[in-house]
Design a protein around this ligand. Structure first.
Ligand SMILES: Cc1cc2nc3c(=O)[nH]c(=O)nc-3n(C[C@H](O)[C@H](O)[C@H](O)COP(=O)(O)O)c2cc1C
Length: 189
């Protein structure tokens, strides 16, 4: 199984990176082939709404680093998308990534975009936030899960790590096993 992690945070070694990599570590221990992409290393422009992806046979016509992600997604069985909560929502980086998925929405409308498998790709949406109240953004989290289901992902889990204003995620002993378990079951599902 191939699993790719997308770290949609501007902080290369921040909480989001650590959380996504911990989930991937759990998956790797179960034999999955994993690869992570860090937004801070990539130059990805927002969707231009040109509809070029619907007219061309080669997909999105913007020639930037999202092309690497399209290739990786095409060959992946599962994705782990990590984002910090910014102002009650996903980060700008995660939104840019999501909008660029327009090029694959929907495979029915974009016959050029062939996923390796007929089966829906699995997705873990991993959020993290400073505030300790896990119910604070629940309606947004539920809505976002539904939106990715409309994009034809099989959303397996939506972990939300809270309370990070009190200290970095890597110092939280409880998270090490919990996040690895998410990756492990993703690889086995
Ligand atoms: C611009 C900005 C907006 C934020 N908005 C929220 C918020 O609405 N709610 C919250 O609980 N934390 C918020 N935070 C805190 C981040 O979600 C938290 O620090 C997160 O762990 C950062 O992830 P990173 O280490 O990958 O950058 C915000 C942080 C920034 C920089």
């Amino acid at each position: 199984m191939k699993i790719i992690g997308i770290i949609a945070s501007p902080r290369k070694e921040g909480n989001t990176a650590w959380i996504v990599n911990k989930i991937l570590e759990g998956a790797k221990e179960q034999g999955a082939e994993v690869q992570s992409f860090n937004f801070s290393d990539l130059d990805i422009k927002p969707c231009q709404g040109c509809n070029g992806c619907k007219q061309s046979t080669r997909g999105c016509i913007i020639n930037d680093d999202m092309q690497k992600l399209y290739d990786a997604i095409e060959n992946a069985d599962a994705l782990v998308l990590g984002s910090p909560i910014y102002m009650g929502q996903m980060s700008a980086q995660a939104k840019i990534f999501t909008d660029r998925l327009y090029a694959r929405f929907s495979p029915r409308f974009s016959p050029y975009f062939k996923c390796k498998n007929e089966a829906k790709q699995k997705l873990i949406l991993a959020f993290n936030q400073g505030n300790p109240d896990s119910s604070l953004f629940q309606s947004y989290i539920d809505y976002t899960k539904h939106m990715f289901e409309l994009l034809e992902f099989d959303v397996k889990e939506v972990p939300v790590v809270t309370g990070l204003r009190n200290g970095p995620a890597h110092k939280r002993e409880d998270l090490h096993t919990a996040l690895k378990d998410i990756g492990s079951s993703l690889a086995l599902k």
